[in-house]
Design a protein around this ligand. Structure first.
Ligand code: ASP
Length: 440
């Protein structure tokens, strides 16, 4: 009876809190002694092993899952020309929501003034900027010269383009396409089964990852000059994830925002603990299709696309960080520079994969565009770990929200699944598997 009440989501939540508490405990016990046995055996031994094992297994599934599910989704579309409309809608929504996110961040940061108390006089920091690729380069780079290479490197945009073209050709070629479709559908079911198997051990993986992160976290940084910056970013992220998204979803689709928040919770904890929208793709795909009721034809396209091009949480950090750094240096940003931040932050996210810490690299592009010192990023690195985790959870929530809106607007959406609190779950709260995964 007991296990009936604590489903997978409950276990993941427990794993998260237990991991954070255990990590904080280790943090105090170790307190700077890098050679303590607790650090060597527990943090860098057991916790690292379990955490890395979990994260690597998840990443192992990303490329095959994205490719196969996208091929299956595309080739079963009755009218492949719809793809353009779906892609257009998703792209527009992704860009608009990122624009909104960074605008909110800039506005709030200008009011809160997180950097007004500090000064850059005697700070010694370094950070190397990378050259920002031009928008045209990003477009050219979307077509893979060598698809096998794209798969091997996990280049998401290239994989998406190749899978879409492959799926369209399968739909057009007739019999050979039908034969291949059965094969890909079977492979898809097998990979989804693997995702489910992995999710059963997720509570332990989440526990280990969070315990290790919090054991190593330099909490001192959070209390110093960076406290206002940290709290400003964190609060905007939380409001964006838990208020703005559900509100947009409710307003556009008339679906219950509360159900959305509830069903996203375990997905958010996943993303929070692994800090990577890309590695979270298998879980986000499962949540959007099995729990939120979006047809996999849509989700298999919009979720990997979102993991790559939609990073609203990251844009929020960039907005606040830009204002923070400008204030530290005593520079007043002009309206034109604000607009530049919005544009660059939105465009920078397009060509950048959702992996841990990539937000800071994108921030370098933004700072460079508006002429602020890029090396100032060195100042905020200390508190970025926790923010990276939180913004990843926001990023994937945005992907799921846009996926739900597109699915609903295309009538590729099952309202009963959305409204059913237990959709995708067995009566004991574990994940449902088997044939129902073979959705086409
Ligand atoms: N880690 C984030 C993601 O994967 C990107 C970032 O903001 O660094 O979504």
């Amino acid at each position: 009876m007991q296990s009936k009440k604590i489903g997978l989501t409950g276990k993941i939540v427990i794993g998260m809190f237990a991991g954070i508490l255990f990590g904080l405990l280790l943090n105090t016990l170790i307190s700077g002694a890098a050679d303590s046995w607790l650090k060597l055996v527990v943090v860098d031994g057991v916790l690292r092993l379990v955490g890395e094992f979990f994260i690597t297994s998840l990443m192992m599934l990303v490329v095959p899952l994205v490719f196969v599910s996208l091929v299956v989704g595309t080739c079963s579309m009755s009218d492949p020309s719809k793809l353009g409309r779906i892609g257009g809608k998703a792209l527009l929504l992704y860009l608009i929501t990122t624009g909104i996110a960074v605008s909110i961040a800039l506005t709030v940061a200008s009011i809160v003034k997180p950097g007004s108390g500090g000064s850059m006089a005697e700070q010694d920091v370094t950070f190397e900027a990378q050259e920002a690729p031009s928008f045209v380069d990003v477009l050219i780079d979307m077509v893979p010269r060598n698809p096998i290479n794209a798969l091997a490197e996990g280049n998401m945009l290239q994989i998406i383009v190749f899978a879409l073209l492959f799926g369209i050709a399968m739909a057009l070629v007739g019999k050979p396409g039908d034969r291949l479709k059965n094969f890909f559908e079977d492979v898809n079911s097998v990979i989804m089964k693997l995702v489910m198997m992995l999710m059963q051990v997720a509570p332990y993986g989440v526990f280990a990852l969070l315990a290790r992160t919090f054991a190593d976290l330099g909490l001192g940084d959070l209390l110093g000059d960076l406290a206002v910056y940290f709290i400003t970013v964190l609060v905007i992220l939380l409001v964006h994830g838990f208020v703005v998204y559900p509100a947009i979803l409710g307003a556009v689709t008339r679906l219950s925002p509360v159900i959305f928040i509830r069903k996203m919770l375990s997905n958010q904890i996943f993303a929070f603990s692994i800090s990577s929208s890309n590695a979270a793709i298998p879980v986000t795909l499962r949540t959007t299709t099995k729990r939120l009721g979006v047809d996999s034809k849509i989700a298999s396209f919009t979720v990997p696309l979102g993991a790559t091009i939609n990073m609203d949480g990251t844009a929020i950090m960039q907005g606040v960080a830009t204002v923070f750094i400008a204030q530290l240096y005593g520079i007043d940003l002009t309206m034109q520079q604000y607009l530049m931040v919005i544009l660059t932050a939105t465009l920078a996210s397009i060509g950048t994969a959702g992996v841990p810490g990539v937000g800071l690299i994108m921030l370098a592009m933004v700072l460079q565009q508006v002429g602020l010192p890029v090396e100032a990023i060195g100042l905020i690195i200390g508190v970025d770990r926790l923010l990276d985790m939180t913004r990843t959870a926001v990023n994937i929530t945005g992907d799921a929200m846009v996926t739900t809106i597109v699915g609903k607007s295309e009538n590729q959406f099952d309202i009963d699944t959305y409204n059913d609190p237990d959709a995708g779950l067995n009566p004991d709260g574990s994940l449902k598997g088997g044939d129902d995964d073979n959705r086409t």
